[in-house]
Design a protein around this ligand. Structure first.
Ligand code: GDP
Length: 595
């Protein structure tokens, strides 16, 4: 088909399968087929998002464009460092250099906080009256007349998502590694996040003052995870420091500026105002406080900010020292007052025309969250097609196994498989012993990878996140099966088929209200197991009267993952509240079956 024959088509952010079919003058079945071929199961009345609709439209010979009057862009969902693309689209002549944004990651107790403090004390306080303390989770320092912005990323495990995003909001990651402890699991994880976000790493080899420091061993371990020291002809700068003795800090700063100089760290101060939420909190006296890192444009008092789903006019604005300011430019961390709700760390923010506009965007977002089905990012089943379409030549994997003794042969065999199939490179982003965790899924999300578990399970939180983000998790108990699936996938012989597998059944013994509109069922599990992450059929008089998601599963008021045969439990469904005593509940999970 020549270019002139491609028909342009304007699509909204959300469109039902039926309407899409009408617009492109084809049957809904045809649309559903194309969706299925792309791994998306949708019914005729279901809404799909623009990206998905665009794939269908282009496969059917159209050139899709996003309808302009819709202000919400898919990027508003906050998945990617959207600001990077905005800046990339800016006119060259408007771009000016901005300070690099640096975040510190590393294993717990390796000295992140100490290093941040040391850098701040030696550089911020020195130049300022009265040694002003840092006010918010970000600050700027000056080294040789050049500014560097530091972003705090809380080390607590609950903040892992923030750390994943922290790496995405930053230009450079300082990976702190204690010289006496070497590379540890969170070191590896942090390195993976930085790599996934394509953010360069400078290693701060900390605690060099300790007699037990063993820098050579640490360097060897770093080299093993792909961070080869420059002194060994690698491209990772490793700076020995001591946070407590404040040694090596100048060298560290020097290294950051060196890396920054080799990058294109610019922004348009007159461009679209946007950035990342560093943290949000509710202050008893001042209301919602949000720490923002501005990535592009210039923000001013009185602007209306939309941060995730929170919005409002800026009533007061402060710099990192708590000083009131009227405006701020790119790479500046600021704190603002005036949002109607607490935004989440990692959310994107931008300035919009008015609160009215912000409200309509939020409404739009809520609709799309409710109705959109997210296509699976990558799965083994669609690998071949993506390879054929030239979309990928890489199969990225995260591998978790029960013991080292199984991890090694799996990795080795996969590497061999990769050698047999030069058409695809098998990239193992991360391999570790243990259950599949939220972190693994987060890494997979950030890097379009598949998570493979061998003789392990996926944590509840991991499963939930995988479902939300469309990350494919595959569990195996026989190495041969695993390898066979991967090989089939490379050859395009792996066909998905969803099969429902019943895990257990329960009888409704009683019903009770849990809130004004919600009713839960008191049940006894009569066989198998009821799983919190499963789906459920409600069967009455041998008829399935409802089929949907389980909302909560409790045993004696405690939320539980599963309840086994013989036990009593409370079950609430997400969108069904008409339980009756005597109903039979059948819990099942959808599994992809390979032919
Ligand atoms: P984080 O968990 O990575 O933020 O680590 P912290 O900054 O809390 O440091 C953990 C521990 O290591 C604390 O007891 C620090 O005093 C100590 N520590 C941090 N940096 C150094 C260093 O350069 N030398 C020595 N000897 N101890 C350090």
């Amino acid at each position: 088909m020549s270019d002139t024959e491609i028909k342009k088509i304007i699509l909204p952010l959300q469109i039902s399968v039926r309407t899409l079919a009408e617009k492109i003058e084809t049957s809904p079945i045809e649309v559903i087929k194309v969706l299925m071929a792309n791994g998306v199961m949708a019914s005729i009345n279901q809404n799909i998002d623009f990206d998905t609709a665009a794939v269908v439209a282009s496969e059917l010979g159209f050139e899709p464009e996003l309808e302009e009057k819709i202000e919400t862009k898919p990027e508003d969902l906050g998945e990617i460092p959207f600001w990077r693309r905005v800046i990339a689209d800016e006119d060259e002549k408007n771009l000016v250099a901005r300070p690099p944004v640096v975040t510190i990651l590393g294993h717990v107790d390796h000295g992140k906080t100490s290093l941040l403090d040391a850098l701040r004390e030696t550089n911020v306080a020195a130049g300022e009256k009265g040694g002003i303390t840092q006010h918010i989770g970000a600050y700027q320092i000056k080294h040789k007349g050049k500014k560097i912005t530091f972003m705090d990323t809380p080390g607590h495990a609950a903040f892992t998502s923030m750390r994943a995003r922290g790496a995405q909001g930053a230009d450079i990651v300082i990976l702190v590694v204690a010289a006496d402890d070497g590379v540890m699991p969170q070191t590896r994880e942090a390195a993976n996040h930085a790599k996934a976000a394509q953010v360069p790493i400078v290693v701060a080899l900390n605690k060099m003052d300790l007699p037990s420091a063993n820098p050579d061993l640490a360097k060897r371990q770093l080299a093993e995870i792909g961070l080869v020291p420059d002194e060994w002809d690698g491209d990772t700068i490793i700076v020995p420091v001591s946070a407590t003795k404040k040694q090596g800090l100048d060298d560290l700063m020097e290294a950051i500026l060196l890396v920054a100089d080799n990058m294109d760290i610019r922004a348009n101060p007159k461009g679209e105002v946007l950035g990342t939420v560093v943290e949000g909190e509710l202050d008893r006296f001042r209301g919602v406080l949000a720490t923002l890192l501005l990535q592009n444009g210039t923000i001013k008092m009185g602007d209306t900010v939309l941060a995730g789903k929170a919005y409002g006019r800026i009533k007061a604005m402060f710099d990192y020292r708590g000083t009131r300011i009227e405006k701020a430019g790119p790479s500046t961390p600021i704190e603002i007052m005036g949002l109607n709700d607490v935004p989440h760390a990692g959310d994107l923010f931008r300035v919009v025309e008015s609160e009215k506009k912000a409200r309509s965007i939020v409404a739009e977002l809520e609709i799309s969250e409710k109705t959109a089905i997210k296509p699976t990012k990558v799965s083994l089943e669609d690998l071949f097609e993506k390879m054929q379409a030239g979309e990928t030549q890489e199969l990225r994997l995260i591998i978790k196994a029960d013991v080292q003794g199984s991890l090694e042969p799996i990795v080795n065999s996969l590497e061999e498989l990769g050698e047999e199939h030069p058409e695809v490179s098998i990239v193992i982003l991360h391999q570790e012993i243990g259950n599949i965790s939220e972190n693994d899924v987060m890494l997979a999300t950030a890097s379009d990878a598949i998570v493979i578990g061998f003789a392990v399970e996926a944590d509840n939180a991991a499963e939930r996140l995988a479902e939300k983000e469309g990350v494919s998790i595959r569990l195996y108990s026989i190495i041969y099966d695993l390898l066979e699936d991967v090989e089939k996938a490379i050859k395009g012989m792996l066909k998905p088929e969803m099969v429902a597998r019943v895990t257990g059944r329960a009888n409704v013994l009683a019903t009770f209200s849990v809130s004004r509109f919600k009713v839960a069922a008191g049940c006894r599990v009569i066989d198998g197991v009821i799983r919190r992450n499963g789906r459920m059929r409600v069967i009455r008089d041998a008829q399935v009267i409802y089929d949907g998601e389980i909302g909560s599963l409790k045993r004696e008021k405690e939320d539980v993952r599963e309840v086994r045969e013989g036990f009593e439990c409370g079950i609430a469904m997400r969108n069904f509240h008409d339980f009756e005593v005597g109903d039979l509940l059948e819990c099942y999970i959808l599994e992809k079956e390979t032919l």
